[in-house]
Design a protein around this ligand. Sequence first.
Ligand SMILES: Nc1ncnc2c1ncn2[C@@H]1O[C@H](COP(=O)(O)OP(=O)(O)OP(=O)(O)O)[C@@H](O)[C@H]1O
Ligand SMILES: [Mg+2]
Length: 255
Amino acid sequence: MKIAISGKGGVGKTTLMALLAGEFKKAGKEVLVIDADPSPHMAQTLGVKHPEAIRPIAEMTKLLVERSGKTEGSPMYNMNPQVNDLLEEFMIDHNGMKLMVLGAIQTGDKGCACPENNVLRRMLTKLLLSKNQVVLLDMEAGVEHLGRGTIAGIDHLLIVVIPSKSSIRTALKVKKLAEDVKIPKISFVGNLVTDEEDRSFLEAGLGVQPIAFFPDSQTIRNAERQDVPVTSLENAAGEAPGILMQALEGKKAEG
Ligand SMILES: Nc1ncnc2c1ncn2[C@@H]1O[C@H](COP(=O)(O)OP(=O)(O)OP(=O)(O)O)[C@@H](O)[C@H]1O
Ligand SMILES: [Mg+2]
């Protein structure tokens, strides 16, 4: 299963993705987290000691061209490093999960991160997964990058939304664009939801119920301030990560 996350800036995408990664890991899945935010922050959130040492996927472009001769080709990828040594060079192992980072945006002529996004798109569409493997893609805020079709290979898009009008507006825009690029499943996930009023506000604004609600958590807030990875916390967001995972696995009706 390949899952991506989107939503307005600062709504909690990276935090929720990290918590979800931890939940899948606990459930015995092989987890690959890909940070596709040009200002990557997932490594810090997961508590990787030297995030700057991770080789960005952006560098893979050259390697792919070298390896495939004159054409770029479209090799099939596999998460298993024994089968694919190329991917291994760009993955780090961290607490039983794998992490890849897309890399900083290139401010070329058009300010487009096209090569990076092409590599990522190819990788997402060609990545062969067994049932036990999950790919989680953390993305930058907003809607602009969705137009590049980077997430074309994704099975399920999560749109994080907090109980505010502006967040709902962005979430609805993201949904529309994701439908345009034919993402098979699209779901909203509420964050910073404190009470029934917040839930109703979200549901009314979105037109459907989010598949999970994450609480406004003092534990998460403190962890971030003290550089403690959210994945190391017991019960940082109550039942929410488990509910979200189950919904993604189709064990619960979807919103
Ligand atoms: N449920 C929560 N309870 C308390 N604090 C939270 C919660 N979710 C996220 N935060 C805090 O909100 C801030 C923003 O979270 P995060 O970085 O995950 O957002 P983001 O959507 O990934 O941001 P960006 O758009 O910059 O990538 C962080 O300080 C994080 O610790
Ligand atoms: Mg983020």
